[in-house]
Design a protein around this ligand. Structure first.
Ligand code: NDP
Length: 383
């Protein structure tokens, strides 16, 4: 029987919710590209329930304990005295979410002698040292597509909220003011602006598709060009690289994975090539942007706004400068953890576990590392 160590974020400050806000979730038949939704044999929770926090347990306890496995759930993940570090040496499976990542460094993987499977309940396995996973024969899997649309919706919300200056305007209402000029002195229409995405994968493409009705000009860069009919349908302008893209855009959204090629891609030099007063939205990974370069650009006015929900490290320390820099619209890492997304990645995690215990191959779409090398979706995204 296996020991499964699961790291989840804390319950709400007022305790685990006793009631659901809504009675149901919309039922989806498949993802936009036809990929099928997670399909475990059964689930032991109500869709729409809070699953990503420690009491929610991704709805896995009954399934795992009925099968005789040991299931440990904690939010205490950092430092040598953390529950995660203490329980790791004899864990066979680790589950964690990118929102509250259990960093599986080379050092930790080296100490986890029994570790065979690391599951990302979400998308983006950059919190796992993939080279160390390959070296130690650890399989890494994630729930591809589970929250891509959730993130795309968040990106659209953040673009509109920055360009229209929503957040400060809302704050004037809460403060009891009616300060029209204070609100509108930074407010523009999105209509007619040029919006570009760095990467047009599942999230990037969904952002482009959602923005099309706003009558904006849509641009993108990616390692592989989209099919001609997709470019034509959305009237897309392709750029060979980010350098060319950012010079043309009023708004740039980052939707590529974090890997050595994209780490600190948005530094002083690239941000300096953006149009003065451009907006930058990063829901991909915090380290794709140079932390202090973003602060400098907001302070100088080179950027009119920066928003996103990804930081490094996570949780971000109380004194992280992105909490206090001007004209930002940051949230904690939540875009991919809506209740709708939680339902899909909890089901996807269970599907992975069921297949693993039955000795069946995992979906190629879910694999990042397998058999000592990048595999499946990972061979495409992280190569
Ligand atoms: P996809 O794999 O569908 O898309 C990623 C795209 O990035 C691919 O088209 C890939 O190109 C492209 N790409 C990779 N490297 C580069 C590069 N150097 N320059 C330009 N394009 C590049 O993934 P998703 O769209 O589902 O997710 C993207 C990322 O978003 C994830 O890796 C994760 O980090 C982040 N994410 C954030 C979430 C959140 O909650 N904030 C939730 C989910 C994901 P190609 O395949 O053509 O080689």
């Amino acid at each position: 029987m296996a020991k499964i160590l699961c790291v989840l974020y804390d319950d709400p400050e007022n305790g685990y919710p006793q009631n659901m806000i809504r009675d149901d979730l919309p039922e989806l038949s498949s993802y936009p590209d036809g990929q099928t939704l997670p399909s475990p044999s059964k689930i032991d929770y109500t869709p729409g329930q809070l699953l990503g926090s420690v009491t929610g347990e991704l709805g896995l306890r009954k399934f795992l304990e009925d099968a005789g496995h040991e299931f440990i759930v904690t939010s205490d993940k950092d430092g040598p005295d953390s529950v995660f570090e203490k329980e790791l040496p004899d864990a066979e499976i680790v589950i964690s979410q990118p929102f509250w990542p259990a960093y599986l460094t080379a050092d930790r993987i080296g100490k986890a002698k029994k570790l065979k499977l690391a599951i990302t309940a979400g998308i983006g396995s950059d919190h796992v040292d993939l080279h160390a996973a390959m070296k130690h024969g650890v399989t890494v899997a994630e729930v591809t597509y589970c929250n891509s649309i959730s993130v795309a919706e968040h990106v659209v919300m953040m673009i509109l909220s920055l360009v229209r200056n929503y957040i400060p305007s809302y704050q004037w209402v809460v403060k009891g003011g009616w300060n029209i000029a204070d609100c509108v002195q930074r407010s523009y229409d999105l209509e007619g602006m040029t919006v570009g995405t760095v990467a047009a994968g599942r999230i990037g493409s969904a952002v482009l598709r959602r923005l099309k009705p706003f009558d904006v000009r849509l641009h993108y860069t990616d390692r592989h060009r989209l099919p001609a009919d997709a470019e034509k349908e959305l009237d897309l302008t392709f750029h060979e690289n980010a350098d060319s893209l950012v010079r043309a855009c009023d708004v740039v959204t980052i939707n590529c994975p974090l890997h050595p090629e994209t780490e600190h891609l948005f530094n002083d030099s690239l941000i300096g090539k953006m149009k003065r007063g451009a907006y930058l939205i990063n829901t991909a990974r915090g380290k794709i942007c140079d932390r202090d370069a973003v602060v400098r650009a907001l302070e100088s006015g080179q950027l009119a706004g920066y928003a996103g929900d990804v930081w490094y490290p996570q949780p971000a320390p109380k004194d992280h400068p992105w909490r206090t820099m001007p004209n930002h619209g940051m949230t904690p890492h939540i875009s991919g953890s809506s209740l709708s997304a939680q339902n899909r990645y909890a089901a996807g995690t269970r599907e992975i576990l069921e297949r693993w215990f039955e000795g069946k191959p995992l979906r190629s779409d879910y694999l990042i590392v397998d058999g000592g090398k990048l595999a499946g979706a990972g061979a495409h995204s992280y190569s």
